[in-house]
Structure formats: structure tokens, C-alpha cells
Ligand binder design. Sequence first.
Ligand SMILES: NC(=O)c1ccc[n+]([C@@H]2O[C@H](COP(=O)([O-])OP(=O)(O)OC[C@H]3O[C@@H](n4cnc5c(N)ncnc54)[C@H](OP(=O)(O)O)[C@@H]3O)[C@@H](O)[C@H]2O)c1
Length: 309
Amino acid sequence: MPVKPVDLRGSKILITGPTGQVARPVVEHYAKIADVHALARFRNAEDLQAMASLGATPVKADLAEPDTVAAIDDDFDYVLNFAVVKTGDFDYDLAANAEGVGYLMNRCRRAKAFLHFSSTAVYQYEGQAPRREDAPLGDNHRAMFPTYSISKIAAESVCRFVARSQAIPTTIARLSVPYGDNGGWMYYHMLMMQQGIPIDIHPDGPNFYNLLHVDDYIDKIPCLLAAATTGVTTTNFGGSEKTSIEQWCAYIAELTGFEPLFNKTTSAFGSLHIDTGRMHELIGPTRVDWRDGIKRQLQALAPEVLRQR
Ligand SMILES: NC(=O)c1ccc[n+]([C@@H]2O[C@H](COP(=O)([O-])OP(=O)(O)OC[C@H]3O[C@@H](n4cnc5c(N)ncnc54)[C@H](OP(=O)(O)O)[C@@H]3O)[C@@H](O)[C@H]2O)c1
């Protein structure tokens, strides 16, 4: 039986990483019904303004700087931690991504639930096997983002330690491939197809992933919060239906007429789809068909590339 979603209306919510591709639509959605505070470094003043115009209260802090985190409010009902940094500098990225979760949870230990967004990039490459939550971890994304997988694994451990030691109900959601009308991995593929740039894929195809549409992740956040436990609930979080890079590029070709050129290389990430068993048990299936999601994305971001608008 899936959990009963928490009611976020009127609650005080902290969303970190609010200017990023994944969290921005979440801020936009929940700022309409709740008291949303948006935490980032805000090096770009326009981002700060953008958050305010969405109806969120900007909170300037750097998760790698504990003093700045100690200065934020400590009475949030719920925390959604999307912040991530990928500078390639291990010291900074581990401080911000891993230690940062710890500073944040310590500060927000009175929260009713803490939701930490991790990534399926924490899993070791294992060919076509769907990854279950207890599958071996590994440095999956090293080829493109040297610090990413290691710091996301470290972040999960810090998150579990603080949750258990401070008794903070917590969920760790390992995101597959989030996307929506503001972008996503497949949008870069479309641009590469348009420009005749080869797309790296692993030779051991098809390269499966679980595209997760923004409508679905916005919808499931209250369920993920409801699933939080002080022992920490860890779950995969992706679209219920798997699809592959090869399939979505073929579909983009159908919509646009741009043909993909694939460069088969073992340095590409490789298939990384999820076992959806625990996710379905906790929060139920997702709804958006990946074809509809991709079509909608192109209609929103680049309608001129569609053959039939
Ligand atoms: N995008 C994907 O395909 C994907 C896939 C799987 C999992 N995820 C996970 O989803 C989450 C969001 O990803 P994203 O792609 O939306 O990230 P993103 O576009 O790179 O955005 C990162 C956000 O984090 C903030 N940030 C970076 N360093 C910070 C620091 N030191 N202190 C405070 N805030 C900081 C940034 O704002 P400032 O620069 O202003 O601080 C920005 O708002 C991440 O946890 C990521 O691991 C993403």
C-alpha cells in the first residue's frame, strides 16, 4: 500500500538548489501553496530575483560554509535538499555535497521530514541489470563528472548518520533522469542531433534509464516525505517505464527529422535503469508517458524543430 501523502499546504518548506533544472519547477509549484524558502549561494543576482518572483523567500548560504548554514531559520516543517555542485575539486564538492547535508540537517533537525535527492549515479555499472537499492555502489559518472558519484555516495552516508543520530525522519530518493519543459538530458541529445554531433553511448546497448517527468516528481514529493523514517528510507526514484537513449533519440528523430549519430564507447555511462519495486510499494507508479513528456518539452523549448507543431 503506498503511503498517504503529507499535506504541504501552508507549511514552511526549505528547498535547496532551487535555481537548478530539477528544483526550479518544484519551487514554482509549491510556492503557490506553501511558505517556500529557497537556499542557494546566489552568485547570480538574477537568480535571487527569479526566486522572489516565483513567490519564494531567497536564503543566501553556501552548504560548504557551516557558518552560513548556521544562520538560516531552524523551524522548517520540511526540507527538500536538491543542491549539488560538480566543480571537479574534491575538497569543495565533498564539503558542499556531503558535509553540507550534515550542516543542513543539524540546523533543521526539528523538521517533520527531510528529503535528500541522491542519484542513480551512485550505482556501479552492471550492464543491463536493473539496479535495486541494495545493488553495489560505484564511481559511475567519473568519466564526465569526476567528483559526482563519490560525493553523492558520501552525501548519503552523512545524511543517514545525522538522520539516525538526531532522529530526523528522512528519505533518500535516488533520481534517475529528471526532465520537463525546462530541459533534461534528452534535450541536449536533440541539440546534438540537430548539429550532427555524435552522441556517446555504451556499446552494451540498449542504454536503459527511467525518465522521470517533472509532473511526476512534483506529484510524488509529498509521498516521499510521508515515507520518511528516522532509520532512513532509501528508494530509487524514476519513471515506472524504462526506456533507452536509443529509443528516445529515435523518437526525437521521428518528431524532428534529425537523425542521431552514435559513438559507441565504454567511457559513456552505460545502462542504468532501476528496479522500481520499492518505489512502487512506497509511492505508487508514475503517470507521464516518456513520449508525451519529450513531445511537450520540444513544444515548450524549441517548437520550431517539430515537423508538425
Ligand atoms: N539533472 C539530472 O539529470 C539529475 C539526475 C539525477 C540526480 N540529480 C540530482 O538532482 C539534484 C538537482 O540537480 P540539478 O541538475 O537540478 O542541479 P543544478 O542544475 O546543477 O543546480 C544546482 C543547484 O544547487 C545550488 N548550489 C550549488 N552549490 C551550492 C552550495 N555550495 N551551497 C548551496 N547551494 C548550492 C545551485 O545554486 P548556486 O549556484 O546559486 O548556489 C543550484 O541551485 C541534485 O541533487 C542532483 O544530484 C539530477
